[in-house]
Design a protein around this ligand. Structure first.
Ligand SMILES: [Zn+2]
Length: 102
């Protein structure tokens, strides 16, 4: 007659344990970055991106070496897009310079 009782105990324990396990509070992702590393002077977080939705212009500029980049944006453009576009532009320029040398 002891067996059903034991099974009940196990069930109870499992139930209690289950209810005690809470999902660990996840840290929220940091807000979308608007500050980046400068491709020219390589300073961390010296490039700030601004979005001018009214004039549809996105601008990234470095507060250390004062390099600037601006582009036409759309409603979905994020600061990171402006920054990566700037990096792309730098790479294109670098490539062209290499081609000139060759
Ligand atoms: Zn810079």
């Amino acid at each position: 007659m002891g067996r059903p009782l034991r099974e009940l105990k196990v069930l109870c324990r499992m139930g209690r344990r289950k209810s005690r396990v809470k999902p660990a509070p996840r840290k929220r992702m940091a807000k979308l970055d608007t500050v980046f590393r400068c491709p020219f002077c390589n300073h961390e977080s010296s490039v700030e991106c601004r979005i001018d939705k009214k004039n549809k212009i996105g601008e990234a500029s470095c507060r250390i070496c004062e390099e600037k980049f601006s582009m036409i944006i759309n409603a979905l453009t994020e600061p990171i897009d402006i920054y990566s576009e700037w990096i792309d532009e730098c790479e294109r320029v670098n490539k062209n310079a290499e081609d000139d040398d060759a």
